[in-house]
Design a binder for this molecule. Structure first.
Ligand code: NCD
Length: 339
């Protein structure tokens, strides 16, 4: 599929929003600690509400609202959980099938998005291969834009899902040692997690092949470990990353077997970590490359929980960006919406 990459560079980073002024969710960078914590609180409430018995469960606070997912890159978890989150809140979720759309006829990103908004969208959820695309979209649209992954930029709702999973498994984030292992340079998941987890008080260590470390600008207050052993030593959380072959020049990464030997997670590699280490991977997992397939069934592995937590996190984001004054009375999901 040919994409019309019509976004001018450079894209300005988001300006930090004051509490109460979050209009879009473009990245973790730009959120205050209070905003991040409020989103996580809201996600926990949404999770509880979603699993509550029907008679005490949530009402439909976003009934009559329409969200549109516009994904220029493949997705399973993110798009599915946005649709599930919208349904849980009573909103209608519609997908623009980009590879069967006028994008194929050469339509520019801003024209496509403005058309989607004109037909009717209360929020646009955008995934795009170009870093900064969500910021660009936010400048063109009057409705909230949620970044569902922009190139090597950010993937804020994935980081929030990961943080919720860590909170559920370990009860806290502050003070934990988190090792993020792999293709850091090309990973928007690593960037958003480094920002979020350091914002919430974790010590984040990055480790990967030297060619896959960021050439400049380590995200958040993360540190680069000398080697993998330094990153894994006593780690409370280990996050493996998918090798982003679609975003890199050939030759940057070692072949799969060498990658597994040096950077892949195995039961043996986990022996260096804390005994109750939590193993994460945003998915999709290349079994036998970033982690051994058996680890997916290991009780220390929270990969399926991460995916499940994508739903309450995205409910929290939709509710926070879209709930009108009256909707905030929604009994079980209202506490954090009004920061
Ligand atoms: C991630 C992404 O698209 O950035 N996937 C996801 O949303 N869970 C990670 C990846 O594709 O490597």
């Amino acid at each position: 599929m040919s994409l019309s990459l019509t976004i001018p560079a450079p894209i300005a980073p988001p300006t930090p929003g004051a509490p109460g002024q979050l209009r879009h969710l473009l990245g973790i960078r730009g959120l205050t600690r209070r905003q991040a914590e409020a989103l996580l609180d809201q996600a926990r409430l949404c999770k509880a509400a979603r699993h509550a018995p029907a008679e005490t469960g949530p009402s439909r606070p976003l009934a009559g609202r329409r969200i549109v997912t516009v994904f220029y890159e493949p997705s399973t978890r993110t798009v599915q959980s946005f649709h599930a989150a919208a349904a849980a809140l009573g909103a209608q979720a519609v997908d623009l099938p980009v590879d069967r759309s006028s994008v194929h006829k050469g339509e520019r990103l801003d024209d496509t998005l403005e058309t989607v908004a004109a037909i009717g969208a209360d929020a646009v959820i955008l995934r795009h291969p170009q870093t900064g695309a969500a910021h660009y979209a936010a400048r063109h649209l009057d409705v909230p834009v949620i970044n569902a992954g922009d190139g090597t930029g950010e993937h804020p709702t994935q980081a929030l899902s990961d943080a919720l999973t860590i909170l559920e498994r370990r009860g806290r984030i502050a003070g934990l040692k988190v090792a993020i292992i792999g293709d850091i340079r090309h990973s928007r998941v690593a960037r958003s997690n480094a920002h979020l987890l350091t914002l919430l008080g974790a010590q984040v260590w990055l480790s990967g092949p030297p060619t896959a470390l960021p050439p400049a600008g380590i995200p958040g207050a993360a540190r680069v470990a000398r080697d993998r052993a330094e990153a894994l030593d006593g780690a409370d959380v280990v996050m493996a990353l998918r090798v982003q072959r679609e975003r890199q020049a050939s030759g940057l990464m070692p072949p799969a077997a060498a990658y597994r030997a040096w950077w892949g997670l195995s039961a043996e590699a986990l022996e260096q970590c804390s005994p109750d280490v939590v193993v994460l991977h945003p998915g999709p997992v290349n079994r036998g490359v970033e982690m051994d397939g058996e680890l997916l069934a290991d009780p220390r592995c929270a990969v399926r929980q991460q995916a499940a937590n994508g739903v309450p996190v995205r409910m929290a984001v939709l509710l926070t960006l879209l709930a009108r004054g009256g909707d905030r009375s929604w009994s079980m999901c209202s506490s954090a919406a009004g920061w």
